[in-house]
Write a protein that binds this ligand. Structure first.
Ligand code: ZN
Length: 113
């Protein structure tokens, strides 16, 4: 057994072509795969920041909207981080900014489960 692990044998083992391991970290949100955790985490934070889009993210989405607007129309134009919030809105038409922001506020006031 000892013979098997002479430096020479060991080197030849090391030189063997390394098979690319399957990607260990798959993003559940977009299906991207990453080999190590830090890459994966950087992706998630960059591409899918955790909850609570900022007020300015929401404002960007609302900017230039023509009312009435349906939830589906909103979903299509929202940035990914806002989209999640929009999708929680009731599936109906919103008549005005006030109507919409009220609905958004109601969502935010709900305890986050
Ligand atoms: Zn992703």
């Amino acid at each position: 057994m000892k013979r098997l692990l002479t430096p020479r044998v060991r080197r030849s083992l090391d030189d063997e072509p390394v098979h690319r391991p399957p990607l260990k970290f798959l993003c559940a949100m977009c299906g991207e795969g990453y080999e190590n955790r830090s890459q994966f985490e950087r992706h998630v934070l960059g591409a899918h920041p955790p909850r609570a889009p900022s007020a300015s993210d929401v404002a960007k989405t609302l900017k230039g909207l023509h009312f009435p607007v349906t939830r589906d129309q909103l979903t299509r134009r929202a940035e990914p981080r806002v989209r999640e919030l929009i999708q929680q809105l009731p599936k109906r038409e919103f008549r005005s900014v006030t109507d919409l922001t009220k609905a958004l506020k109601a969502l935010k006031d709900q305890p986050i489960g």
